[in-house]
Design a protein around this ligand. Structure first.
Ligand code: ACM
Ligand code: ZN
Length: 756
């Protein structure tokens, strides 16, 4: 066969620069960023004359690599005597179980690891040095050395297949995609109120009844009245299919953690077997999202059912963990149930939270007896933690902090940084999502170790996980859009050392990685060409600064509702209300990314002094207190953007002071009221206006519009001349039973205070 050495276009600049200086450290695009990398002189030519030499313990990985090359490139391996070598060796001196060394030299590639995990990750790095696709008969790989190991042991991605069901092929694709990013855990959320998705042979009604719902909510849960599509929906995975997925995941060093929810999120199972609930009444598999009162009743027959389920589950999943859920289990039915109350008395439990703790501890004992450990969502802390449980902290980090202080392993999945069901851009045209705002950069900057932990306590932090709840993801393409590229950012959070992390550098590597995602047919969101804006106030002079993380294309803008056409160079002076539009244009004037659109309303509060008696919660304080009077309103759907401020369970008092007496007629604001996300508009707001003449006007108003997502509040008066306004906002209080987050303090989210 004719040998033709076409050099990979992408790599040419790299080794041109290397020839000038040996051992020069050059950026190459591996994600997640390796611990140590050094580019050396020269290239290794990967062609047909390659000999694979592997320690037998690593032969599966070397075969994986060989097969990958054969399937994706035109090379055919026909080893002969002088062939160059790709060598897989074991070295026990490598201390990290998943660590590896990769050395690419002109005549060989050496992969050294403690075991097949490290070798697999070495191969993943190597694959990122290969061209996306090549029809050439040889590929040049730059000579380099990598020494690499992960920061965290647990690097996970979750997927909810209960709300929407995804095919086995898609599950494999998802596992493959996360494995390429050196993630090692797939948390498979298999049971939900809206559908039971794992075949349990002993209980056929789980397949016949629990796996299907009669119809599905249309639109957002917060849109009232609820509408339904009238179409039966569902499905489940057979045990044979699950075995196939487990085996597939093993070839990619991914452990699967199955989640079997208890005692809550179990309405589908109760629909199939009503005796599992407290009332015994027939219920239907849930057709809308949320938290439901139907939970397992802790009867002996219920435990028998769950133990039988666990028996079949442990036989399918070889990993050490079984996730038992534990989140969002309303106590409504338990309070009314004679049996539940009897157990509370007999077992001398404090209350229904004690009963939940009893429930989980009892199931933990059973699961431990099968040689497995449990993981539960942070609610399992309430009423006392089961002795050996690992806690998955999702309601912020406090669950992780408490559990680690109690000496339990923890996994960080706070909704503020790890919920990939939240919106990811400011663009109002993004597909419908549950709410919230989690841009790529926020994911990237996540630190899984809570500041509150001492060094000693922080060793309980096993790692972090991104969660993909699928209420609003009906299709694979939409799911991919929500997960990517946030998974890519998270991979660096959990793998790379903090010193090696740099967002700008990450973005340049992401731009390359996106080409791989294209090849893999992944429908990712693309934040690279997004325009960002920031209102600046320099000694009372306002200007609006535009920026983008892409250094390749210029920003064009307009301030008069027209299409952006002026080249941006300096901050735009803001001396009147205006709408700024901006976009990146290429040399042919084609827009890259979406048009950025920002309305600025220079109302009378802009430029005044503001103070708040409480700090907003750190996760929802991006814009700081000034965000409430900067002339910019928050996004209609994303309470986590830099204009909304979020407070957890507190009453707040805001004071606005004017430099000079100011005539005003109205003051209006809005509150986010996403009850599904535990966010409630306040019931009451009080004002105190300090007038120029020394008098004070006090006013307390009730807030009525309970059913709306955005509750507007406006106080109107005849013109008054004020020097100072105090606003007292009472938090909604404890979330009522039957609602998501029942029993917990409500969040309060407030937007711009518009004074006119
Ligand atoms: C959860 O998001 N309910 C764990
Ligand atoms: Zn009961």
């Amino acid at each position: 066969m004719k040998h033709s050495y076409y050099l990979l276009f992408l790599i040419i600049p790299l080794f041109f620069s290397c020839t000038q200086e040996d051992n020069q450290i050059v950026e190459i695009g591996i994600i997640p960023k390796p611990l140590f990398q050094q580019i050396n002189k020269g290239v290794f030519i990967l062609d047909e004359d390659i000999r694979f030499i592997s320690d037998v313990k690593l032969s599966e990985v070397s075969n994986y690599f060989k097969l990958y090359i054969e399937e994706n490139y035109q090379l055919s391996f026909a080893p002969h005597k002088e062939a160059k070598e790709i060598v897989f060796n074991i070295d026990d001196a490598i201390t990290n179980e998943e660590g590896y060394k990769l050395k690419i030299q002109e005549n060989n590639i050496l992969i050294v690891s403690k075991n097949s995990k490290g070798a697999f990750y070495a191969v993943q790095s190597l694959l990122q040095l290969l061209p996306i696709k090549s029809n050439n008969l040889a590929i040049a790989i730059p000579c380099l050395e990598l020494r690499d190991e992960p920061q965290f042991k647990y690097r996970g991605m979750h997927l909810d297949v209960g709300r929407h069901f995804f095919s086995i092929d898609f599950i494999k694709k998802y596992i493959d995609l996360i494995a390429r990013l050196k993630m090692n855990t797939f948390h498979w959320h298999l049971t939900e109120d809206q559908g039971w998705r794992i075949e349990i042979k002993k209980y056929p009604k789980l397949q016949e009844i629990a796996a299907y719902r009669n119809e599905t909510l249309v639109g957002h849960y917060n849109e009232q009245p609820h509408q339904f599509d009238g179409e039966k929906y569902g499905g489940f995975y057979t045990q044979e299919q699950i075995k196939e997925v487990v085996a597939y995941a093993q070839t990619r060093q991914v452990t699967i953690i199955p989640e079997i929810e208890m005692p809550g999120h179990s309405q589908a199972a109760i629909a199939a077997y009503p005796a599992l609930g407290c009332t015994g009444e027939q219920v239907e598999v849930a057709t809308k999202w949320g938290v439901f009162d139907e939970v397992y009743c802790p009867k002996e027959s219920t435990f028998k059912f769950l133990e039988d389920v666990i028996d079949e589950v442990v036989a399918l999943f070889p990993g050490k963990y079984i996730h038992i859920g534990g989140d969002e289990a309303p106590k409504t039915n338990w309070k009314k149930c004679a049996h539940c109350q009897k157990i509370i008395k007999e077992k001398k439990l404090k209350n229904e939270y004690g009963l939940q703790s009893y429930f989980i501890a009892r199931m933990e004992k059973y699961i431990n007896s099968k040689g497995k450990q449990i993981i539960g969502w942070d609610e399992i802390l309430e009423g006392g933690l089961a002795p050996n449980a690992t806690v998955m902290s999702w309601r912020g980090t406090s669950g992780a902090i408490q559990a680690a202080k109690e000496g339990h392993d923890v996994i960080l999945t706070p909704s503020s940084h790890c919920y990939f069901d939240h919106y990811q851009s400011d663009n109002e045209n993004e597909p419908l999502a549950i709410g919230g705002f989690l841009p790529l950069e926020k994911v990237y900057h996540f630190n899984p170790i809570p500041e509150e932990l001492t060094k000693d306590e922080s060793r309980y932090v096993q790692g972090a996980q991104g969660n993909v709840w699928t209420e609003y993801m009906q299709t694979e393409k939409q799911l991919e859009y929500m997960a990517f590229p946030r998974v890519v950012a998270l991979s660096e959070v959990v793998w790379s050392s903090p010193e090696n992390k740099n967002y700008i550098d990450f973005i340049s590597r992401l731009a390359q990685y996106q080409k791989r995602l294209d090849q893999l047919d992944v429908n990712y969101a693309n934040p690279i060409y997004a325009v960002k804006g920031d209102l600046k106030n320099k000694a009372g002079r306002l200007s609006y600064e535009l920026s983008t993380i892409s250094s390749t294309y210029p920003i064009y803008y307009s301030i008069d509702e027209s299409a952006p056409s002026k080249l941006y160079s300096n901050p735009i002076p803001v001396d009147s209300s205006m709408t700024i539009k901006a976009v990146l244009l290429d040399s042919k004037n084609t827009a890259l990314g979406d048009i950025f659109n920002q309305k600025i309303n220079l109302h009378k509060g802009v430029g005044a002094k503001i103070s708040i008696d409480k700090e907003p919660h750190p996760a929802y304080n991006t814009g700081g207190k000034k965000a409430l009077i900067n002339g910019i309103s928050g996004n209609n759907k994303r309470y986590g953007d830099k204009e909304w401020l979020g407070f957890s369970g507190e009453d707040i008092e805001i004071t606005i002071e004017f430099d000079s007496p100011t005539n005003i007629n109205t003051i209006s604001t809005r509150f986010y009221n996403g009850n599904g996300q535990w966010i409630y508009a306040p019931k009451e707001i009080g004002f105190s206006f300090q007038l120029e003449d020394g008098k004070t006007i006090n006013d307390i108003r009730k807030i009525e519009e309970k059913d709306k997502l955005l509750v507007n509040y406006s106080f109107a008066t005849t013109s008054i001349s004020v020097t100072r306004i105090e606003i007292i906002i009472k938090n909604y209080g404890i979330i009522p039973e039957g609602q998501q987050g029942a029993g917990h303090k409500a969040w309060l989210f407030i937007d711009e205070l518009i004074i006119e």
